[in-house]
Design a protein around this ligand. Structure first.
Ligand SMILES: Nc1ncnc2c1ncn2[C@@H]1O[C@H](COP(=O)(O)OS(=O)(=O)O)[C@@H](OP(=O)(O)O)[C@H]1O
Length: 278
């Protein structure tokens, strides 16, 4: 902090966050996210994010800020302005799944603060790929005659390792990039399948990792049989409930069993690495 002008130099934030870690943080620093859900796309990041926002001390913006990948040139002032205002002890959280696969983002995040807590949601990479492709089709991002098989396999039947839909599921490759900057104590890996089957257990471990009291309980989360997913109760608004987006949980595009087997075989060795990292 520049004492004469009382203005914060946001270029020095990593240093400041370190030096001030034992003192109450200035609101201007506090607003920068302490927690980031960095990915993975189509693994359950939205559900985790919305559930964590139920915690009284966790504040987060609605849209994905995409600061470290698309808006980095706007600077930390911009990033800070995207975050909701906080009171003392409250923390802010970003969720931008694109960060996970963006090569420059680990270093940029580290430069903001080496203490940033990173949450990664992973899911069976074959199902993730199907979900990703289904979304691309629904957004008309793929040619109308493109099939899942043609997207993920080459003509000779081998896996198309140049397809981003295939690459994103090689989780260990990207986690390794993050581990060049952050220690494993800064990274928490969550099972996207468990977010659906046992959300309270997942949320318990994530709250412990973030370092807040476990406040999200069974009064706030319930299983909505019609949607087939956990949804939330907003207690402030009596009997209001919220599920997460019409586009979540839609039927995936159909594909053949050979394609699924080929992809499963491709990911198997990478998946074993991911398990070791947990
Ligand atoms: N509670 C709850 N409600 C709705 N959806 C849930 C929930 N928990 C996990 N999921 C799964 O989240 C998948 C979408 O993942 P993301 O939120 O990471 O997608 S995105 O990258 O933000 O677009 C989405 O994938 P699809 O089923 O393929 O649509 C869901 O299966």
């Amino acid at each position: 902090m520049n004492r004469t002008t009382n203005k914060l130099n946001l270029n020095n934030i990593p240093l400041l966050v370190e030096n001030l870690s034992s003192k109450p943080l200035d609101e201007r620093i506090r607003r920068l996210p302490k927690v980031i859900i960095i990915g993975v796309k189509k693994c359950g990041t939205r559900a985790l994010f919305e559930c964590l926002k139920l915690h009284p001390l966790i504040k987060a913006p609605g849209p994905e800020p995409h600061f470290f990948d698309r808006n980095y040139h706007r600077g930390l002032y911009w990033y800070r302005s995207m975050m909701p205002a906080t009171k003392e002890h409250e923390i802010t959280m970003d969720k931008t799944p694109r960060y996970f696969v963006s090569p420059d983002v680990p270093a940029r995040t580290y430069n903001m603060s080496p203490n940033t807590k990173l949450v990664i949601v992973v899911r069976d990479p074959v199902i993730r790929a199907l979900s990703d492709f289904t979304q691309a089709v629904s957004k008309h991002e793929v040619e109308s005659n493109m099939t899942f098989r043609r997207r993920v396999l080459r003509r000779d039947g081998d896996t198309n390792i140049h397809s981003s839909i295939v690459q994103t599921g090689i989780y260990v490759r990207y986690v390794t990039n993050w581990l060049k900057y952050f220690g494993s104590s800064n990274i928490h890996i969550v099972s996207g399948e468990e977010i659906v089957t046992n959300p309270l257990a997942v949320l318990g471990t994530v709250q412990d990792f973030i370092g807040v009291e476990r406040e999200i309980d069974g009064n706030l989360i319930y299983f909505n049989k019609t949607r087939g997913f956990p949804c939330i109760r907003i207690l402030k608004l009596k009997s209001t409930t919220k599920c997460f987006g019409e586009t979540k949980g839609r039927n995936h595009v159909q594909t053949d069993s050979t394609t699924l087997k080929r992809l499963n075989d491709f990911y198997r060795p990478f998946n074993q690495y991911s398990i070791c990292l947990n």
